[in-house]
Design a protein around this ligand. Sequence first.
Ligand code: CA
Length: 234
Amino acid sequence: MHGMSGKQILIVEDERPIREMIAYGLRRAGFEVREAEDCRAAREQLADKQPDLLLLDWMLPDMSGLELAKLLKRDKGTRELPIILLTARAEETDKVAGLEGGADDYMTKPFSPRELVARINAVLRRSEAGGGEDRIEFQGLALDRASHRVTAGERTVPLGPTEYRMLEFFMSHPERVYSRDQLLNRIWGGNVYVDERTIDVHIRRLRKALEDYGCDHLIQTVRGAGYRFSALTH
Ligand code: CA
C-alpha cells in the first residue's frame, strides 16, 4: 500500500516504540514523517511548518489529543488541517466524542500499517477535494467557489451566505455524518456563540432552497447523530 507521495505527516505519540513503528511504516509507504512526543512539541512543530495531516494519539502526557484537536479546529490557521485520532479505547462514546472534537477520522489501536496508510490516503483525498477544487459537482448540483454560485442544471440556486457555506462544507465532505456541534465548529468556527438549534434553522433553509431543484434529498438527517450530505438513500 503506497501513501500519497510527498505528503508530510506529523505523528504525536508519547510512547516511543509505537511512534517509531508508525513512523517506519509511513516512511516505507512513501510519506515524509515528523514526530512529536507531546502536545507542546506538536504545537511548536505546527507553528514551524504545517504538515498535510496530523496523526494524534489520544493519551498524551501534557494534554489529551482530543483537546489539542479541538484547539486546532477552532483556530483559523489550523482549521483545515486533517486529523486522525489514535485511541486505545474502543468504546463508541469515545469515538463520537473524538469526531465531535474535530478529528476527521479515528483509529483504534492496534492497527496494521496497511490499514493506517489506507485511512490516511482517504482523509488526504477528502481534504484535497475540500480545499483545492474550484468547482464541486454532485448529481447535477454544482458549486463554484470562484463565483460563489450554486447551479442545478442551467439554473442558479439562490442561497444566503450561511447556506452557501454550509452547502460548500457538505459538498466537500460527502458521505459522513456531522453532529450539530461539529457543524458549528467547522462552518462558523468555534469562537462565536451560536445555539445548536441555529444549525437546524439553516438546514431547513438550505433544504427549502434546494427543494425547487429536486436536490433537497442530498441533505439527510441522521437520527440521534446529525446531518449527512449523500446521494445514496440510507
Ligand atoms: Ca500515548
